[in-house]
Write a protein that binds this ligand. Sequence first.
Ligand code: ATP
Length: 518
Amino acid sequence: MAQEDLFKKLVAHCKEYGYVFQSSEIYDGLAAVYDYGQYGVELKNNIKKYWWDSLVRLHENVVGLDSAIFMHPTIWKASGHVDAFNDPLIDNKDSKKRYRADVLIEDQMAKYEAKIKKEVEKAKKRFGDSFDEAQFVSTNPRVLANQEKLDKLHGRFVKALNDSDLVELRQIIVDEEIVCPISGSKNWTDVRQFNLMFSTEMGSTSESANKIYLRPETAQGIFVNYLNVQKSGRMKIPFGIAQIGKAFRNEIVARQFIFRMREFEQMEMQFFVPPGSELEWFETWKETRMKWHRALGFGDEKYRFHDHDKLAHYANAATDIEFEFPFGFKEVEGIHSRTDFDLESHQEYSGKKLQYFDPETNKNYVPFVVETSIGVDRMFLQIISAAYSEETITKEDGSTDSRVVLKLPPALAPVKLAVFPLTKKDGLPEKARTIMHELKFEFNCQYEEKDSIGKRYRRQDAIGTPFCITIDHQTLEDDTVTIRHRDSMKQDRIHWTKLQEIIQEKVSMRKLFETIAE
Ligand code: ATP
């Protein structure tokens, strides 16, 4: 199936099964804003728990925080967001569509990469086991030609970004003959900078009202509280502060469903370290965060690091963890070495000292910061796109059937088990409810008695429920039930009192945490 079709199906599936709805749908929607339905909110909560516990519970020196969305407006001056939180935008004069110039160029680079990958795949098939990939990519003329184009383009792009050269960005788009995907034309406007912050007013009268911003990142709430936490928690450097919360960006091009939203949620951790040790910590957190992603079991080859082409004004090292979405490798998380830029700047603007006193060396200093920053919604999309699977099933009588199954990691699945009485009579619903009553204190359970068992299985597969428990007439006699496993569709007959242990073993986050802590 073409990846675009797959993505369309995924979006439709999210709506049909109560994961994600367009915001304000009955009013024709609000662009790039989404609501999470009954299963979506559970998955989101589980993602947040997986992130939070892996940092705050597994690391003695990481603590949490929940700072307000509204903050003093000077904070955004100090952080550089008022002056420099811009995206370069370009309009196509024919379609009147607006694009991010950097994204158009990045997509063009991805096209060269895809061409190279295709050549390699073709050759792999042709040569079989004797294929030497390193030799092929260093000698094949078509690969070399595309690599040369890619390197040249990359070099120009990095230079233009670092020089903030908007004219050159436009020229690259022209020289590469990049066309608007809607109109197909190369009729481009100039490139302009566009600030992404939303603002509103605080105060009762227009004269006294203050312009304030909806935070575009949660990190600043951590910086301005770092001494409060350090002192009240008697924290010793190195230590981290983690926070989950909403962020708002007036994204120019908000496409690809919940990949790029105007209101979204971030999970950020700022780790405070002695000056000079930041690049070592940067490597440590890169590794830890990659383990967190890979522990979910979607396949290590689906993830890669991508170092930033242009470092932000506050960073001395930065990389992204990218995942292979149906629309290519894209950023899910950023890991940034933010130096002492933010704390120094807040010292200057607030006039308050933000130094740490090191009791071991008897010295004061402004710590350096390594940040890990991931979007909850983007992680949600990553998980759901990796989990979505269409399967053909061969039945016992040789006939075939198909199913859509969300192969969510059991620890993150919204519903852990569904309980089905085989029929609606003979005391089976009562028995099913008694069993569910015992299990609901441990797990999110769902009770279903409508439709055939086969239909009920399909529905739970589509939701991603790892276990279905069927109660039948034999249960009334000997207290055994059928447990059916989502991925293998295997069924076992067991005493119902064994359910808790079997399910717990699979749905607990413990195994994930053990993998990360290895
Ligand atoms: P991009 O280059 O995609 O605009 P960014 O580099 O500006 O992203 P950061 O500022 O590093 O992103 O934000 C950290 C994380 O927050 C991202 O890795 C992503 O998961 C998430 N994120 C950022 N912007 C959005 C958005 N508009 N919608 C959803 N998630 C977002």
